[in-house]
Write a protein that binds this ligand. Sequence first.
Ligand code: NAI
Length: 466
Amino acid sequence: MAERCDIAIIGSGPGGYVAAIRAAQLGFKTVCIEKNSTFGGTCLNVGCIPSKTLLQGTEMLYHLQHQGKEFGLAFSDLKVDFTQLMSKKKQVVKTLVDGVAGLLKKNKVDVIEGLAEFVSPNTVKVTGKDKKTVEVEASYFIIATGSEPISLKDIPIDERQVVTSTGILSLPKVPSTLVVVGAGVIGVELASVYNRLGSKVMILEMLDHICPALDADLSRQLQKELQKQGIEFHLSSQAITAVVQPEEVILMANLGGVLKNISTNVLLVAVGRRPFTSGLQLEKAGVEKNKKGYITVDGNLRTTQPHIFAIGDVIDGVMLAHRASAEGVAVVEYLKGNRPEVDYLAIPNVIYTYPEVAVVGLSEQEAKEAGIDVMVGKSYFRGNARARCTGETEGFVKVVGDRKSGKLVGAHILGPHASELIAEAMLALQKKAKVEDLADAPQAHPTFSEAIKEAALDALGRPLHQ
Ligand code: NAI
């Protein structure tokens, strides 16, 4: 007999599990279906969380190696215990995925492990690893099945020597050489990890600049900083084929117009992700996808079948965990009769390199293209007292405002703790604050946040510290 519920959520990533918790809190009888044995999806298991743990460990190493001496920290035998670093990563992942299991239980979400497929618009069949099946009937469904790495036709992935963002997180040892295809977020973050651990790292990027979604100023500066750290970049370059041999991969690539064979221990393919809808049998539910494979949704995140919703990476838009969570909450609030809104413009985007990059709102180019009479202010961390104290003087804050209304339209930070600093600009943008509000904010001294104030002052033509 089929299990009946109000809302069935397929997928337990940051979109699905957050939607499930909120749905249950709002009084819906909620089921969350997950094909993997742990909750949390890509983000917790093989994405944000493990990568940020590896980035943290290796950034500590980087600072000790490059700044230790200045601060009088002498050591003669600084070693990396890679196995321990990997254990730390596993332990952090376990704590968080167990935490999600605990939250689902506490909120009385019914969880079912197995692969869901629609058998009709109102019923899914869930097949467990033991091949046993259970049917779930629901008044509403939320598809939150996420995304998977894109692979290149002539470069087969084995997740050992030719890896995606999943395999690179579980290498058995630090490779002597690492070639990364794609200078996007995953490319630069994971290149940073292994560069700091001592691998010789090369990145190939098809375009003539890295991290294409970034404001051009930040993209250029980030590349410079990463080059200073030893990462080699080849822009306007493409990977063509790869042959795997016992200890090396031979990559044939077009490096800026010249064909070359490159030998590397490990090849990371990080050329983007695509929506994951495999096995869902969407056609049996009347749910349509667009040409790029994303599930089509309307402004309320309803698919072509009005009682079925889709959120997160499986629909078009920037692939971010916090965007998926916001959409998950918005859907269940909508089903409760509330009028939620996801403020897409105020969703920040972070790259956890050193220095970090964090952006929110429109870039200078986007603002100009939107016909805004742009005012721009900048503040460099080399002029920030706190950054001087910590020795993290690379980078800047760039504030973009609308000269006519005075409102903030975007903020772009490349520098220390940018991931945390962006929160102030995000709130300012969400609350439609003016650049002047940021300039008037009384910041504690000495803090990195003063750089935001200073950039806002600069945009208004009254800088104090530059
Ligand atoms: P991406 O879209 O950020 O970057 C892919 C890069 O590969 C682009 O620069 C593209 O021009 C390049 N490229 C594509 N095909 C190529 C080829 N054949 N040869 C050379 N270069 C090629 O994708 P990425 O880095 O794989 O990340 C996937 C998604 O995961 C992103 O949408 C990102 O938002 C999300 N993510 C977010 C993180 C964060 O918030 N910190 C961390 C990691 C991933």
